[in-house]
Design a protein around this ligand. Sequence first.
Ligand code: ADP
Length: 218
Amino acid sequence: MKKEFAVIGLGRFGGSICRALSDEGMEVMAIDMDEDKVNEFATVASHAVVGDTTDEAVLKSLGIRNFDHVIVAIGDNIQASILTTLILKELGVKHITVKAQNDYHEKVLSKIGADRIVHPERDMGKRIATNLISNNVLDYLELSDEHSIVEIVANGKLAGNSLIDLDIRARYGINIVAIKRGREVIVSPQATELIEKGDILIVIGGDTDINRFEKKVL
Ligand code: ADP
């Protein structure tokens, strides 16, 4: 069954979400108060409509509560973003994702019950900074303030050792959940698996433990 999405705010962020969902074959309704933006998305989205979403009557007339997921991507106008989210919540929309502009905005959004709050600029900035600082870290996913999943490239020091030899879990308190080797992905590797130079280790654990592992072994 196709999932139905509505994207409110067709700036850079909302616009790219809209395109990506459409590319995946999803039904997307694109909404913006700016007619030019809406025209731009007329051929991308399943429906593109002009409307000010801080007006409850507008959201009701669009049947917004019938959508599986609504994404609020209103940028600078924090007040409009909060009010829109509040109305969506009151109308009973099940899944609401909102782009936050700053920490204060995020706090209010979580208080009024946004299901998912994203900070694209902040998160992408952090990700790029991490990649710039460490040559071995390819990518990471923050699980909480203190835990992450990180992709680390194995260098010569690790090569030839098995997971048992390295005793990573006991020594560092982290786990290697998968190894990417070229096109192959070894999920939940055996303790006897030998690491090869250039393997990409997918490591899960506490940030400080992962850092310790990186410094010591790489
Ligand atoms: P980004 O930083 O992702 O590029 P922008 O601030 O440029 O975001 O874009 C936000 C979009 O949200 C704009 O196209 C703007 O017209 C739209 N928008 C702002 N307020 C409302 C509102 N009340 N109802 C509908 N759309 C809105």
